[in-house]
Write a protein that binds this ligand. Structure first.
Ligand code: BGP
Length: 469
């Protein structure tokens, strides 16, 4: 049956500075850890990516033409403060003024993230968010942006995906500085980033800035493979706490519930560590919990888990060779797939119902959540470019199914304000490079020419009619 979206629903597309802008070492931009990391790895370069630094007027015109009325952008911290603190780069400051002005010219609302995996190098080298100095530097940077862009930006997010930052750095080891399976450091990173979020929210609130603020979490519903097996149930719950509940408790309670803490401390001990949570941190977080205007939810898949007690065995499928990914972590559990459930070439599970279960869980456990934006959802696909056109029907199916489950969640009372496809245009993927495409607009990375895919025409119809037929 046709399903209708509310009047003011945002039909968006998402980007992140480092994944689209290019110009990573020019125009006064300071370094981030990714620059040298990628160069040493030698697989792919973040330049020019989608050349958004120069092409943004083209992309925003496409947004307008295709009914996309919201765009997720991030401000590259090291474009503004090349060293993370201190000296300011006026060219970087001006770039974002121009970019936001162009958004408004095309009636595309910018939803702006302050940190998307790109801590400035000098701060990263001193321990990134494991070092509390980074927290204060981040709050200073955030406050600078609140003031500088007050007239142009209404919707702010502090961080993108605290879980992905923590787990890719300290568990899976695929991000710069990569450490494998250090659960205590992963939790510590999560806690410190949530404290930084809380401090930034209070700076925003106490500074009397207009507009709204929240954080983007990367959330996945966790199912035990065998729902009657207590060991599988425990594995699913372990990862649920590590990825979802620890961060959502910090966001909406401002502290950690006893069941969350019990699990977090138990898992941290597996890798021989503890988590430092100070009383004064919790005071700040509890106060900030009152002022989250919304939650950004990034959701691509769910997980099925099985108990696992062996040694750590992790392999990231960053090539798109189906079936090569492995995630077995001592103390947590093992990722498995449920027979019959489809996966992408990168082994990401396609299970749209998981989005519904996730949203209902948030509403039930955190009734003070106010509003949710789906800030990322989408499908990595090796898009076939043929005769000037890209038929990405599997992506259309993926989006449609997720939007249907989203509408069902809204029917049972979850307040969702908008949906952003990851990604607006094809872009650079951190650990996968350029063959994992996500966009509505196909990018020829040689010529930077954009070609709207079948999904762009489909989305345009949905956005214009605000319904799924
Ligand atoms: C999220 C990130 C994005 C983006 C996306 C797709 O975790 O916020 O930056 O990259 O996932 O992931 P990937 O590029 O690894 O396929």
């Amino acid at each position: 049956p046709p399903a209708q979206f509310p009047e003011n629903f945002v039909f968006g597309g998402a980007t992140a500075a480092y994944q689209v802008e290019g110009e990573t070492r020019t125009h006064g931009k300071g370094k981030v850890a990714w620059d040298d990391f990628l160069e040493a790895q030698g697989r792919f370069s973040p330049d020019p990516a989608s050349d958004f630094y120069n092409q943004y007027p083209v992309d925003l015109e496409l947004c307008e033409e295709f009914g996309i009325n919201g765009i997720r952008l991030s401000i590259a911290w090291s474009r503004i403060f090349p060293n993370g603190i201190g000296e300011i780069n006026p060219e970087g400051v001006q770039f974002y003024h121009d970019l936001f002005a162009e958004c408004h010219k095309h009636h595309v609302e910018p939803f702006v993230t302050l940190h998307h995996f790109d801590t400035p190098l000098p701060l990263f080298e001193k321990g990134d968010f494991l070092n509390r100095e980074t927290i204060d530097a981040f709050v200073d940077f955030a406050t600078f942006c609140f003031k500088e862009y007050a007239d142009q930006v209404t919707y702010w997010f502090t961080f993108n995906e605290i879980w992905a930052d923590a787990s890719n750095t300290y568990i899976e080891g695929t991000f710069p500085g990569g450490v494998k399976a250090h659960l205590a450091e992963a939790f510590q990173c999560e806690h410190n980033m949530m404290l930084a979020h809380a401090k930034a929210v209070l700076a925003f609130h106490n500074g009397g800035f207009k507009g709204k603020i929240g954080v983007i979490q990367s959330l996945e519903f966790k199912y035990p493979l065998n729902e009657n097996d207590p060991a599988d149930i425990k594995a699913a719950n372990n990862e649920h706490v590590l990825q979802n509940q620890f961060l959502l408790d910090a966001t909406f309670r401002g502290d950690y519930a006893p069941d969350t803490l019990e699990c977090a401390n138990r898992l941290a001990a597996v890798s021989g560590g503890t988590i430092e949570i100070l009383d004064e941190d919790l005071e700040i977080m509890r106060e900030a919990a009152l002022y989250n205007d919304y939650l950004g939810v990034n959701n691509y898949q769910c997980r099925f888990l099985k108990a696992y007690d062996g040694e750590n065995d992790l392999h990231h499928n960053g090539t798109g060779e189906k079936g090569t990914g492995r995630w077995r972590v001592k103390g947590i559990g093992e990722h498995v797939n449920k027979p019959g459930v489809p996966t992408t070439d990168w082994d990401w599970i396609i299970y749209p119902e998981g989005l519904f279960d996730l949203l209902v869980y948030i509403k039930q456990r955190y009734p003070n959540y106010k509003q949710i934006f789906i800030t990322e959802n989408g499908m990595g696909y090796k898009d076939p470019y043929k005769d000037g056109f890209v038929d990405d029907q599997p992506r259309i199916d993926y989006i449609e199914q997720h939007l249907r489950w989203l509408l069902k969640a809204m029917e049972v009372g979850v307040n969702v304000g908008g949906y952003f496809l990851w990604s607006l245009q094809d872009q650079f993927s951190w650990t996968n490079g350029y063959n994992k495409r996500y966009g509505f607009f196909y990018v020829d990375f040689e010529t930077q020419k954009r070609t709207p895919k079948a999904s762009a025409y489909w989305y345009k119809h949905v956005a214009q009619t605000r319904r799924l037929d």
